[in-house]
Design a protein around this ligand. Structure first.
Ligand code: IPM
Ligand code: MG
Length: 360
């Protein structure tokens, strides 16, 4: 049966990079019989400009009825001073919450061709392959109460709430343990249990849940140490599991180990494996519209979609092999450029991947 993919380019470079991912999907449809239909909708700042909401009801409906969602990025200077309730980021957070996409998988893999692009020494990052499992619908991102209030003395006070229920910790733990079982059986749970009660509970529940997975070796690390270890000796990690905000921060750090944040895809999954797929980078308003953004993270997000939601692992491999091939051929967008390579723009990179897929 034909599967439906909701295409939500969003803002900034989101438009440009999603266009390249759509070329890849079109090629798989035409040449390899991928049975999907695409429907595009607005989200983020562009949706706000169109109808005053960063997540129009029609977009949420489309995302709900689709089998998978491909998202570009949201946000930009233009909307930074809007009320927080209608900022572009609310569109993304609303999709995550509305679709109950609690499990965010962010693989940080170093392509050997890009060892020079990392700011870390090649031997520290060579063969790096980490999976960060970030809780995505709870924690301080969504906790109530939240806001900015004015105290009696007239001073303003901002407040947010870090909150996790046992069941939320348990289900993200299970996702991490299941993934580790298909990798190297090691999970490092990252918390701040020495200071925050909420993550003291996180540690307790992770430990308990791990008992159901005797093959898994579970360790715990405070988030400050984890940030340090990621740049000191990143290869000690197999799977990392952590809260929404810690995962946001650590996944950007892990991205830079791989040379560029422009390389990292992600999958956000619900209980049933339905997913939204997006690059982990943002809308990069500083380079939007120039045709220089790296489309590979978005293209690799399509590969994750094929593997996790559409059950087309072989086509996912086709994409991943094609990405390796274009890197082997020396093609580089500016974010991963190094001396002696061929600098290309967004569209040329997308076209090269399509050609490589065709030539298989
Ligand atoms: C990410 C982004 C988002 C987040 C923003 C755009 C709301 O940084 O996906 O990592 O904080 O989750
Ligand atoms: Mg982030």
């Amino acid at each position: 049966m034909t599967k439906k993919i909701a295409i939500l380019p969003g803002d900034g470079i989101g438009q440009e990079i999603v266009a390249e991912a759509v070329k890849v999907i079109a090629c798989l449809k035409k040449e390899f019989g991928l049975d999907v239909e695409l429907e595009e909708a607005l989200v983020g700042g562009s949706a706000y400009d169109d109808c005053g909401s960063p997540l129009p009801e029609t977009t949420l409906e489309l995302a709900r009825e689709a089998d998978a969602v491909l998202l570009g990025a949201v946000g930009g200077y233009k909307w930074e001073s809007l009320d927080i309730a209608v900022r572009p980021e609310k569109g993304l957070l609303g999709l995550r919450a509305g679709l109950e996409l609690f499990a965010n998988l962010r693989p940080a893999i170093l392509y050997p061709q890009l060892a020079d692009a990392s700011t870390l020494k090649a031997e520290i990052v060579a063969d790096l392959d980490i999976m960060i499992v970030r809780e995505l619908t709870g924690g301080i991102y969504f906790g109530q109460p939240r806001g900015i209030r004015t105290l009696k003395n007239g001073e303003k006070e901002g407040f947010n709430t870090l909150v996790y229920r046992e069941s939320e910790i348990r289900r993200i733990g299970k996702v991490a343990f299941d993934i580790a079982a298909k990798r190297n059986n090691r999970v490092c749970s990252v918390d701040k249990a020495n200071v925050l009660e909420c993550t003291e509970l996180w540690r307790e529940v992770m430990t308990e849940e791990a008992r159901r997975f005797p093959a898994i070796e579970l360790s715990h690390m405070y988030v400050d140490n984890a940030a340090m270890q990621l740049v000191r000796a990143p290869k000690q990690f197999d799977v990392m599991v952590t809260t929404n905000m810690f995962g946001d921060i650590l996944s950007d750090t892990a991205a830079m180990l791989t040379g560029s944040i422009g390389m990292l895809p992600s999958a956000s999954l619900d209980e049933n494996g339905k997913g939204m797929y997006e690059p982990i980078h943002g809308s990069a308003p500083d380079i939007a519209g120039q045709g220089v953004a790296n489309p590979l993270a978005t293209i690799l997000s399509v590969a994750m979609m094929l593997r996790y939601t559409l059950d087309e692992a072989e086509m996912a491999e086709r994409i991943e092999n094609a990405v390796r091939k274009v890197l082997d051929d020396g093609l580089r967008t500016q974010d991963i450029y190094s001396d002696g390579m061929t600098k290309v723009g967004t569209a040329a990179m997308g076209d090269a991947v399509v050609t490589a897929i065709r030539q298989g």
